[in-house]
Design a protein around this ligand. Structure first.
Ligand code: FE2
Length: 294
């Protein structure tokens, strides 16, 4: 197993931004020793029924970064989201920074390039992104070292990003009372997800964990922050000694009942292009709907 360069002494300032339309939490993470920051999992607003894209959520992140005088160095995607559209290129255009995702994006691009019958102009080599992370890769946010952990299962390209004592888990885990994300998308695998979750839970108990989503189960208020220790003790799907066998059985049965996310069709087309909206042959922004293709 990869030895990860954990450093619990570095405690970044983490600001969370909840998107009510998609239950996504975006983050600004600031290096405590400088004005450098990263954005994790931004959101572009879409009115899918109207085919209209706007940037209120991203504008709020941009405004905060500017108001606080921060330098944006990284725009991180924990994975190719199926439930919201990334605003990474919009934020990059305004503030700079490098867009990064896991190197297994190529697998995701291959899969969905077929689903959406993309032509040769859609590159399946991850070249739409500035950086493709391998398991254990490190990068700097100002003076703070961050690293990526490959955590497949929900999707092949999922990565948890660890910045000091804060880990951004994407859809590897939900809050303890929310359990875990589905593993039935193309390239997903419940057993692989269980193993990835164990990797996250092998981080120090005090590691802060930040969720990508929360749905307020059982009517509780929205939450996004917990710890490794709390997940180990209380996660309803994997905590408290649940076995891989239990997890795979439960996850597979549960996933068979779940409807497709409302925004999966536009999300995949945009997110597999690092947040760029595809265009038709005349260069107009245009999305497709493959009939019975998912
Ligand atoms: Fe996801």
């Amino acid at each position: 197993m990869t030895a990860y360069p954990v450093n619990m002494d570095v405690k970044p300032d983490v600001q969370a931004f909840f998107d009510e339309a998609t239950n996504t939490i975006s983050y600004i993470v600031k290096d405590p020793a400088s004005n450098a920051c990263a954005v994790v999992d931004s959101v572009m607003d879409i009115d899918y029924a109207a085919g209209r894209i706007t940037y209120d959520h991203a504008d709020e992140l941009i405004r905060q970064i500017e108001t606080q005088g921060l330098d944006l160095e990284w725009i991180i995607e924990t994975h190719v989201h199926a439930d919201h559209l990334s605003a990474a290129p919009y934020i990059q255009q305004e503030l700079g920074g490098k867009i990064g995702i896991g190197s297994k994006i190529m697998v995701v691009q291959e899969t969905f390039g077929k689903v959406f019958n993309e032509g040769a102009e859609f590159q399946r080599d991850g070249s739409q992104f500035d950086r493709l992370f391998e398991d254990g890769d490190t990068y700097m946010i100002g003076a703070m070292q961050a690293f990526a952990m490959h955590t497949p299962g929900h999707t092949p390209a999922c990565m948890v990003h660890v910045m000091g004592d804060a880990a951004f888990v994407g859809d590897t885990l939900f809050m303890p009372d929310g359990g875990s994300a589905r593993a039935d998308f193309p390239g997903g695998d419940a057993g692989v997800l269980y193993d990835s979750i164990q990797k996250v839970l092998s981080l120090p108990d005090e590691m802060r964990l930040f969720m990508c989503h929360d749905y307020g189960p059982n009517g509780r208020d929205i939450q996004w922050e917990t710890t490794v220790g709390d997940e180990k003790a209380h996660n309803i799907h994997v905590g408290n000694g649940k076995t891989k066998e239990d997890f795979v059985k439960f996850r597979t049965e549960r996933d068979a009942q779940l409807a497709m996310p409302r925004l999966i069709i536009p999300s995949l087309q945009v997110n597999m292009r690092a947040g760029a909206v595809p265009t038709d042959k005349d260069g107009n922004p245009m999305l497709k709907v493959p009939v019975n293709g998912l």
